[in-house]
Design a protein around this ligand. Structure first.
Ligand code: GLU
Length: 473
């Protein structure tokens, strides 16, 4: 049966944010309604054999907007998944792709299961059957709809999807581009796994770099003196914390289901991760104050809060207790519109999900390009660049009679690896998009938040696509 117990207003919240921004655009109402609507909602059920009987699994794939093809977005495995959530997440994908100039429409998938309650072979069975159902209805393909990992899924599930799709489409040259977030051995791309968290860290770094904006909220520019609390030690939270620490910030708090820990002198993310792996909990980490109620962890003193778990975490109930001046949304939809209004009145800045966590889909785009071009980035030119750089240095040395120290020579000569190219593309995207959004915030009268500014930019880009498609008269 469909999961009705967890029905939410998430899609309505996304639409509310959309409407707040739409008033600052000049598009006709009908076009705005078309952009907002979910184009295709595919809800299906299928049985799997379990024990001596069968279990019926509820699943969804929503393609929110086909203004660009393919549509793109992850697949979530969680027993909280419901239709409203998948629709909301699909819509967010549309706006997210538009913001970071990734030429895809938005989509999302969900299967209502708690993966922890299933064996690996049951999970494989479910994933392959889900993929088959998508193929039957033309809801997957490198030019149609391209899934990716999301909450509860990862490289393993993506490889089952790719394998099922390739089996059913023999000889299709671009078949590997039917899904992203694949393992490297199946032509995934280096840096994809870390990409969302890395992108969050770039987004935060960019935000705190603008001295003028920081002065308004009583902070100094730069990450060096910033204290950060991260909610969620999954793929996004872990990597966001890791890269923020690498960029100079201090991770003072971490929150998970089982509780939260806090240490004003800083927590080493890898040590906490290892402790959790060993003991099954972040609680009991040496030297940290702990809170059995995880939500209390969000309310501890810090400058930046990174909710990187699930939606609906910051609400009217707790937003006034948040000490952070900046909320960087690693998760999708962690702040309700009402909570955002209060936080903005409190003088805080929210770096919105649709931009802040767009690193994942950005690098998915690079992976898809790699799959379509059938060659890894850097493979053709890496050695050539190294040779010509070496030639240049040799010539300089012989003309000047001076020699360049070995470590400098190495640095100058080296060609870019796939990982370096991916990270540089991601960094450039996050920096460029931040300033595009900020520019709208600074120049459009009445726009008060980065989220509204981001939506305005997105809506404008999508509207242009619809008109170019001839969909709108
Ligand atoms: N699930 C991720 C997101 O919400 C990644 C989507 C993708 O790479 O297509 O952005």
């Amino acid at each position: 049966m469909a999961n009705t117990a967890n029905e939410t207003n998430f899609f309505a919240d996304v639409c509310k944010n959309f409407d707040s921004a739409a008033q600052f655009t000049a598009h006709p109402e009908g076009l705005l309604n078309q952009i907002k609507a979910c184009n295709s909602v595919y809800r299906f059920q299928f049985p799997i054999r379990r024990g001596n009987g069968f279990e019926v699994i509820d699943a969804w794939r929503v393609e929110h907007s086909q203004h660009m093809n393919p549509t793109k977005g992850g697949i979530r495995y969680s027993d909280m998944v419901n239709e409203d959530e998948v629709m909301a997440l699909a819509a967010l994908m549309t706006y997210k792709c538009a913001i970071v100039n990734v030429p895809f429409g938005g989509a999302k998938g969900g299967i209502c299961i708690n993966p922890k309650n299933y064996t690996i072979s049951e999970l494989e069975n479910i994933t392959r059957r889900y993929t088959t159902e998508l193929i039957k209805k033309n809801f997957i393909g490198p030019g149609i709809d391209v899934p990716a990992p999301d909450y509860g899924t990862g490289e393993r599930e993506m490889s089952w999807i790719a394998d099922t799709y390739m089996t059913m489409n023999p000889g299709q040259l671009d078949a590997l581009g039917c899904v992203t977030g694949k393992p490297i051995a199946l032509h995934g791309i280096r840096g994809r796994k870390e990409a969302t968290g890395r992108g969050v860290a770039y987004a935060v770094r960019e935000c705190v770099t603008v001295a003028e904006d920081m002065a308004k909220i009583g902070l100094k520019a730069g990450l060096g003196d910033k204290r950060v609390i991260v909610q969620g030690l999954g793929n996004v939270g872990y990597h966001a914390a890791k890269f923020l620490a690498e960029f100079g910030a201090t991770i003072v708090g971490l929150c998970e289901y089982e509780g939260a820990i806090y240490n004003e002198n800083g927590l080493n993310i890898d040590e906490v991760f290892a402790h959790r792996k060993l003991t099954g909990s972040i609680l009991g980490f040496p030297g940290a104050t702990e809170f059995k109620n995880s939500m209390e962890g969000l309310e501890q003193p810090c400058d930046i809060l990174v909710p990187a778990a699930l939606e609906n975490q910051l609400t009217v109930e707790n937003i006034r207790n948040i000490k952070a001046k900046i909320i960087a949304e690693g998760a999708n939809g962690p702040t309700t519109p009402e909570a955002e209004e209060i936080f903005t009145e409190m003088g805080g800045i929210i770096i919105p999900d649709m931009y802040c966590n767009a690193g994942g889909v950005t690098v998915s785009y690079f992976e898809w390009l790699k799959n379509l071009s059938h060659v890894a980035f850097g493979r053709m030119e890496n050695r050539y660049a190294e040779n010509s750089n070496a030639n240049l240095i040799n010539t300089l040395e012989s003309l000047t009679g001076k020699s360049i120290p070995a470590e400098h020579r190495l640095m100058i000569v080296k060609g870019a690896s796939e990982m370096e190219l991916v990270n540089s593309g991601l960094e450039d995207t996050m920096i460029h998009s931040y300033h595009e959004i900020r520019e709208t915030l600074m120049t459009k009268a009445g726009v008060k938040t980065l989220r509204t500014a981001a939506f305005v930019g997105s809506i404008d880009k999508i509207a242009v696509s619809y008109m170019n498609l001839g969909v709108w008269p």
